[in-house]
Design a protein around this ligand. Structure first.
Ligand code: ADP
Ligand code: MG
Length: 401
């Protein structure tokens, strides 16, 4: 992985008084005109504060939701974010409604040093999602240099994440982007060993590229979640009504043969007669799920085994919950693994959590601050773990030794 320039590499003169066009990820939930979870806005604050302290004039770009094909829809307006920003920054924030208007460029030119403007949803602009040159030019006119702090959008080649980075120079990473690349990239390219990956979630089909990419790099891969059930079935186990991908049994067999001892499956799990019948739950061996029962979590024996391996690790990457963590008590295995990561971190291991649901599970367990890094990019972190080049990262300027 080639290291990218970051805002920390910029000379004071390259920042002071200049318009920083900053792509952030403010794709936040909004209800009745109010932001209901400001985590992503807070995550961008270090970059905004840094540029502000250095006297830049800051112009923020983000998408929100999925408006159809460049057509403005009021429910996807970024306007509710303006109030949150003003509260967090303790100063007024200019809202630029139409980035295509001459007034928009004027507004950015009139920003005082250290002031902040927020531009309306990038997806209201035609050509944003098709990485169109004209859309990129329109965005580029709003800044003098480019900063990408939207790791969560970096897997998409859009005008505000990719094309614009070729038009505005320098094009550098923000502090959140830098942190994501440092932790995820560090684990994949230069891990302290033992290096352990923990994979779970619903489907093996969605994670097969992650498994293939990680297998040669890791010392161990621990598998949980429904994904494990597809492996159980491939090994001839009875899986009852558990979520199994029948059409991936061949794929699972190939992975098992290739991985050998590296791949560690649960010995057993927690089954029930349905997700809505938690009182029927009991523990069974991996190959003995009764007909009509489904496996919804890993069992305490597996938690202990996984916990020991995680406890001995120096680097841990976790993607995908160990069970149906959204429905207690089937969150027990996932919470226990989160705690194992926290304990390993306290002993000096680097622990990284990637994936939207895994991040939510660690938050839910109250352990987000006890692991080294929880990625803010769901889909982006998955593609990163698959070994893919993220277009929004590739487009940024390389750091020269
Ligand atoms: P991430 O978003 O972290 O990449 P995934 O989207 O791959 O994770 O998987 C998360 C989903 O997997 C959750 O909705 C969870 O309920 C589901 N899941 C995990 N284990 C099981 C299981 N045993 N049976 C059914 N669903 C499961
Ligand atoms: Mg998910």
């Amino acid at each position: 992985m080639i290291a990218k320039l970051t805002i920390e590499n910029l000379d004071p003169a390259a920042v002071l008084g200049r318009r920083a066009l900053v792509r952030v990820d403010f794709n936040v939930p909004v209800k009745d005109g109010k932001v209901t979870d400001e985590t992503r806005i807070r995550a961008a604050m270090p970059t905004i504060e840094d540029l502000k302290d250095r006297g830049a004039r800051i112009v923020l770009l983000s998408h929100l939701g999925r408006p159809k094909g460049g057509v403005p829809e009021p429910k996807y307006s970024l306007k509710p974010v303006q109030a949150v920003l003003e509260r967090l920054l303790g100063m007024p924030v200019t809202f630029i409604e139409d980035p295509a208007s001459p007034a928009a460029v004027e507004a950015t030119r009139h920003l005082p040093r250290g002031a902040v403007a927020l531009v309306e949803n990038t997806r209201f602009v035609k050509g944003e999602e098709t990485n169109d040159a004209a859309a990129a030019q329109l965005f580029a006119a709003l800044g003098d240099f480019y900063v990408n702090d939207a790791f969560g959008s970096a897997h998409r080649a859009h005008a505000s994440t990719e094309a614009v980075a070729h038009l505005l120079k320098p094009a550098v990473a923000g502090l959140l982007m830098e942190k994501e690349l440092e932790y995820l990239g560090g684990a994949l390219t230069n891990p302290k060993r033992p290096f352990v990956a923990v994979l779970g979630g619903a489907k093996i089909s969605g994670k097969i590229d992650v498994i293939q990419n990680l297998l040669p790099k890791v010392d161990r891969i621990l598998i949980g979640g429904a994904m494990a059930c597809t492996f159980f079935r491939a090994k001839g186990g009875k899986t009852g009504t558990s979520l199994v991908e029948e059409d991936r049994l061949e794929m699972a067999k190939q992975v098992l043969a290739k991985a050998g001892d590296k791949l560690v499956l649960p010995d057993g799990g927690v089954v029930a007669q349905g997700l809505d019948k938690p009182d029927t739950r009991r523990q069974v061996a991996w190959n003995a799920v009764p007909d009509g029962w489904g496996m919804y979590d890993i069992d305490p024996g597996t938690v202990a085994r996984f916990g020991k391996i995680i406890g001995d690790a120096k680097t841990v990457v976790w993607n995908g919950p160990m069970g149906v963590f959204e429905t207690p008590p089937f969150d027990a295995g996932t919470t226990a693994v989160a705690r194992a990561l926290a304990d390993a971190t306290a002993k000096g291991a680097i622990t990284v959590v990637g994936g939207g649901d895994s991040a939510a599970a660690v938050e839910q367990a109250g352990l987000a601050a006890k692991v080294s890094h929880v990625s803010t990019g769901g889909g982006a972190s998955l593609e990163f773990l698959e070994g893919k080049v993220l277009p929004g990262v590739a487009a940024l300027d390389d750091r020269r030794p």
